[in-house]
Design a binder for this molecule. Structure first.
Ligand SMILES: Cc1cc2nc3c(=O)[nH]c(=O)nc-3n(C[C@H](O)[C@H](O)[C@H](O)COP(=O)(O)OP(=O)(O)OC[C@H]3O[C@@H](n4cnc5c(N)ncnc54)[C@H](O)[C@@H]3O)c2cc1C
Ligand code: SF4
Ligand code: SF4
Length: 1016
């Protein structure tokens, strides 16, 4: 089946409509054929975009089988997909894409004694290894994408990990493959000697082919371990540096490893497991020149490390610029090196490992580099540094502007003795074409990643496509000269398919065609890969082709920092606003998503809660960014930005800002959602629910004057049902109760300073602070604000409680922002900034309690066109715990405390985590003598402002909470639960019946001066 223009989203054809109907009728899987869903599966981590006919998400093997049968009958090709993190376009095609990652992810059988496991193809490597850890085992093909890569995808690509020098690639660790072939037959591939039936016949066919091309295999097959191109025709006469099997036997499963889904659908894999090493040590060798680092690799590997990984200066600098990575990378550096090599030794005998580390230090001394090694014997810093290295590519991709590091000669593998010469020669090639590359990765096995910066949107002879072709053609003779492999890690896909024939010669290439024809004569699986591939520079297949355009748009927020271009040789960025983007930078911010899939990870970080509970591409940061990109480039039709597809993709985004911090390229979907809300508000106006939540701060004074009236809904099921029907507020939720004793009314008892008194006290050198009580702590939980005052006053601070001209606390406008009413939000922001500016100008701290409100001053305000005043205010705005810790460290804050009797368990608000502020909460609580403070490893609580109160979201909100937060609270015994976020506290109360406290309350309760009572 051929679509006219595979790069642009096509309306569903009659064939597609019929295919979808049959899939719905005969399977239980999800059938996703709408334009936005197909658009979300039209890209992977490559430069390509090809729209699938449709997407199918099977629930089990029967679904897979039926889908393949239906597709075959309708002559629609099939493309299996895991996490879609392939870099060469393996998972994009005008096919029926079958996504294995949502449901096909079980461990089917584990034999601990034999150290083998059978898994479904959609299981993610880290999830497998988490299950194996308790048994002291792991699957050691540790790809950088281990948190998202599926075992099926890893087998498809013959993936290779950082430690391949010790453990080999995927092919060295697969024991068996269970496949569904194009003609519906099941094929169980394993050791050839034990095969029968179809599998034995296939093995015989491949053996005969291999025998017939033996001379050509000898002549052309690269003798490096890192060769992943073509089919593994050498299984009968292995040419890998490392034997494919431990016993020298031939295993037919290895033919399917690296086949990129072209020969059959993998239903299950048998894998060889390895004992987990008990200890690891790391030596980081710092080099003053890149060439020296490359030249040293061949000597270092003689010490038998388990990994030798390169990080070059550009990447070091980029890591330094990332707040999450800066402290980690700086711990590995001596001065300002041009390159570092991470040299790891692992095993069971720690003493022997330390000896290896000493040997490394000695070796570097012998090589004329004494004092160049940072020794890292402890595992926690090692783990953190590996995370930086694993994020290497992503860090590199954070370059703003249309020129991007492009993957196409990214992973050529050359023998180690030629590494220095090869890298130097390729660097010259880049220079000749007016670009440069950043080098990193697997120095141990001669596979260095490098991506020259190219602008694929530029047409003509100086454009990205032309340069890509020219560089590839100049790189090829170098790879041949050094007897390397053109594709050493990331496979062939659309990008390197045309180099298969170049690498192996015509006869072997014909043998590959014969294998494909033997197993898949009708070209059902992934056509035009490995055999008959397209040209790598076919611009009609590009995501950002020269024809790519965006709509024009006046955004509500300032996105000018993304509206820039870069210089491909210096990576210098042009002035903000100069990038020529018709959306003034919004589209370019969205385009920062390079589809690497990092947001699919499932560990305890913040990103991305909605994906964690749904496992839907639509509800993933990547899926959202792709939907926005398609809308902003007109590929979803006119007006799509404010249309249903974008609304639906953003619906479950809780605005946690996890991506702002965790996404390696800084995709800030929380702000993007606010931008879309603003555009929707401008187009459609506000709904009743939005008006109600947006105006909460205006309603608050009246509701608190008549709380019995405002609270009627909580006591009346009939009213709750009415509110659900008409306002969308879930009847299953209790709304926070209004109260008369607001902070404003309690403040009289607290000896607060007036504005003038505070300024005077500060002028006289007294310790002074402004307390800003937001709407929630003012009206719903005034005890928090009272507690904060008590703690600060006990520490000797003069405290002023911020009031606007009307005597009420000024609101930050966040509720209006969430509702898309940027005009009102801006008015609020201007008022708050004006009220705070006199204090901020004098350097007086502005202390806030609610993370989402206070941090709005440091985040959204800086993009709301509020001018320098907002920046001055932001510099002084801090959370209560940040202030307490800062002042305590400066020796200005030392009240007397009593020791808490219970342990303290802290749940962090998402924005605290996104801004890296959890350390402050923990440190503030550790000021209490003997306090046992620990943090709950949780993602978003799921309440997220009004999100969890909405009837449409209540269930998914509770599922987010149940992922880790609520079970941890239930298991917490008598521990004090701390949560600084208002909505987090409500979610904990709703889900467990337990009260969580703001950190200020816990600290106030432990003041030694018991004259100060805590108002409740
Ligand atoms: C930032 C980054 C870092 C990377 N680092 C590494 C690295 O260190 N080492 C490395 O080797 N690779 C690396 N890669 C490439 C990629 O992540 C790996 O190849 C990964 O193993 C792919 O897994 P996946 O689940 O995303 O597979 P996908 O990309 O979804 O699929 C990969 C191939 O497998 C096929 N496939 C998937 N499921 C099946 C099935 N059930 N049956 C048959 N075929 C199937 C697909 O058709 C496709 O051809 C990196 C990529 C990125 C973006
Ligand atoms: S949103 Fe960020 S983490 Fe997710 S795929 Fe895009 S770039 Fe990667
Ligand atoms: S803000 Fe949170 S929920 Fe939204 S995309 Fe980012 S990580 Fe996911």
């Amino acid at each position: 089946m051929k679509l006219d223009d595979p790069t642009r989203l096509q309306p569903a054809t009659d064939t597609a409509i019929e295919l979808a109907r049959k899939l719905r009728a005969h399977t239980r899987g999800e059938v996703l054929f709408d334009a936005a869903s197909r658009g979300r599966y039209a890209t992977d981590a490559s430069i390509y975009q090809v729209t699938p006919v449709g997407v199918f998400v099977p629930t089990d093997d029967a679904d897979v089988r039926h889908a393949i049968q239906i597709a075959r009958e309708m002559r629609v090709p099939v493309l299996p997909r895991g996490a879609g993190t392939s870099q060469c376009g393996q998972t994009v095609g005008a096919c029926l894409v079958i996504d294995c990652s949502k449901h096909l992810r079980s461990v089917l059988a584990l034999d601990v004694d034999a150290r083998t496991v059978r898994v479904q193809p959609g299981l993610v490597l880290d999830e497998l290894n988490a299950q194996l850890k308790g048994h002291g085992l792991w699957f050691p093909v540790d790809v950088s994408t281990s948190a998202q890569a599926t075992l099926g995808g890893m087998a498809g690509n013959n993936s290779c990990g950082s430690r391949s020098i010790a453990y080999g690639n995927m092919v060295h660790n697969v024991l068996g493959a269970h496949l569904r072939l194009a003609d519906d037959a099941a094929l169980h591939a394993g050791p050839v000697a034990a095969l029968s039936g179809r599998a034995a016949q296939t093995a015989g066919f491949v053996r005969a082919l291999a025998d017939s091309c033996r001379d050509d295999i000898e002549a052309h097959w690269p003798r490096v371990m890192r060769r992943v191109a073509g089919y593994n025709l050498d299984i009968f006469h292995p040419h890998s540096e490392r034997p494919y099997t431990r016993d020298g036997a031939v295993n037919l499963a290895h033919l399917f490893v690296g086949a990129e889904g072209t020969l059959g659908f993998i239903e299950a894999l048998d894998l060889q497991l390895t004992p987990l090493p008990r200890a690891k040590v790391l030596g980081i060798v710092n080099f003053a020149s890149f060439h020296r680092a490359m030249d040293s690799a061949q000597h270092i590997v003689k010490l038998q490390p388990t990994a030798v990984e390169l990080v070059d200066r550009t990447m070091v600098d980029l890591a330094r610029a990332n707040p999450a990575f800066r402290p980690v990378i700086e711990g590995a550096l001596i001065g300002a090196p041009e390159a570092i090599l991470l040299v790891e030794f692992s095993g069971d005998d720690r003493a022997a490992l330390r000896a290896s580390l000493r040997a490394l230090v000695e070796l570097m001394g012998d090589l004329g580099l004494p004092g160049s090694v940072v020794e890292m014997p402890d595992e926690a810093p090692q783990k953190a540094l590996w995370e930086v290295r694993k994020a290497g590519l992503n860090i590199m991709m954070s370059l703003k502007g249309d020129g991007k590091p492009v993957s196409f000669i990214e992973d050529c593998a050359v023998p180690l003795e030629h590494l220095a010469e090869y890298t130097a020669a390729l660097t010259e090639v880049f220079a000749r074409h007016g670009t440069r590359g950043t080098w990193y990765a697997h120095a141990s096995v001669g596979t260095l990643h490098v991506r020259p910066i190219l602008d694929m949107r530029q047409p003509g002879p100086s454009g990205g496509a032309a340069k890509m072709r020219a560089i590839a053609e100049e790189a090829a003779p170098l790879v041949r000269k050094f007897k390397g492999a053109y594709s050493g890690e990331h496979g062939d896909g659309l990008c390197r398919g045309e180099w298969v024939a170049w690498q192996f010669g015509p006869k072997v290439n014909e043998a590959f065609r014969a294998i494909k024809h033997h197993l898949d004569p009708d070209n059902l699986f992934c056509p035009n890969r490995i055999v008959d591939p397209p040209r790598m520079d076919d611009a009609s297949l590009f995501r950002f082709a020269p024809t790519y355009r965006t709509i024009t748009l006046q955004p509500a927020f300032d996105w000018s920092a993304w509206n820039v271009q870069n210089d491909p040789t210096t990576e210098a960025i042009s002035a903000p606003g100069s990038g020529g983007d018709g959306t003034l930078g919004f589209a370019k911010a969205v385009e920062m998503c390079n589809n690497n899939g990092h947001c699919r990870k499932f560990d305890a970080g913040t990103m991305c809660p909605s994906y964690r509970v749904t496992r839907d591409e639509q509800h993933l940061t990547r899926g959202r960014a792709n939907t926005l990109r398609l809308a902003l480039s007109g590929q979803l039709g006119t007006g799509a930005l404010t249309g249903d597809a974008v609304r639906d993709a953003l619906d479950l985004c809780v605005g946690c800002k996890g991506c702002k911090r965790d996404c390696p390229t800084g995709v800030d979907m929380a702000r993007m959602k606010l931008e879309v809300q603003a555009q929707r508000h401008a187009r459609f106006g506000a709904s009743w629910k939005d008006r109600l939540t947006g105006r909460l701060p205006d309603i608050a004074p009246w509701a608190s004057a008549l709380p019995w009236l405002a609270n009627l809904r909580n006591g009346s099921p009939a009213l709750a049902r009415w509110a659900e029907r008409h306002l969308g507020l879930s009847a299953q939720r209790r709304l926070p109760p209004w109260r008369r004793d607001t902070f404003g009314r309690l403040a009289g008892r607290l000896h607060l300073a007036s504005r003038e008194a505070l300024l005077a006290a500060h002028a006289e050198g007294a310790n002074a602070a402004v307390l800003w009580s937001d709407t929630f702590n003012e009206y719903f939980e005034p005890a928090n604000a009272v507690a904060a005052v008590q703690v600060l006053q006990s520490g000797g601070y003069t405290v002023h409680a911020l009031r606007a001209g009307n005597g009420r606390p000024p609101c930050c406008g966040r509720t209006h922002l969430a509702a898309g009413d940027t005009a009102r939000a801006r008015a609020r922001a201007q008022e708050l900034v004006a009220t705070l500016l006199p204090f901020a100008r004098r350097g007086i701290a502005i202390v806030g309690l609610e993370p989402s409100c206070l941090l709005t001053l440091r985040d959204e305000y800086l993009a709301m066109h509020l001018g320098d005043a907002a920046r001055v205010v932001a510099a002084q705005a801090m959370l209560f715990e940040e202030f307490v810790v800062r002042e305590s460290r400066a020796g200005r804050f030392a009240p007397e405390w009593v020791a808490p009797e219970q342990p303290i368990l802290v749940h962090g608000h998402c924005h605290q985590k996104a801004f890296g502020l959890m350390g402050s909460v923990l440190d503030a609580l550790r000021l209490l003598p003997t306090a046992q403070v620990s943090q709950i490893e949780s993602s978003c609580c799921g309440m997220a402002g009004s999100f969890g109160y909405e009837a449409a979201h209540q269930a998914v909100s509770m599922r987010m909470a149940e992922l880790s937060l609520l079970p941890a609270v239930r298991a917490a015994g008598d521990a004090i639960i701390v949560a600084d976020g208002t909505s987090c506290r409500h979610q904990i109360a709703d889900g467990t019946g337990r009260s969580a406290l703001h950190v200020a309350q816990v600290m106030a309760q432990h003041l030694a001066d018991d004259d100060i009572g805590v108002v409740r």
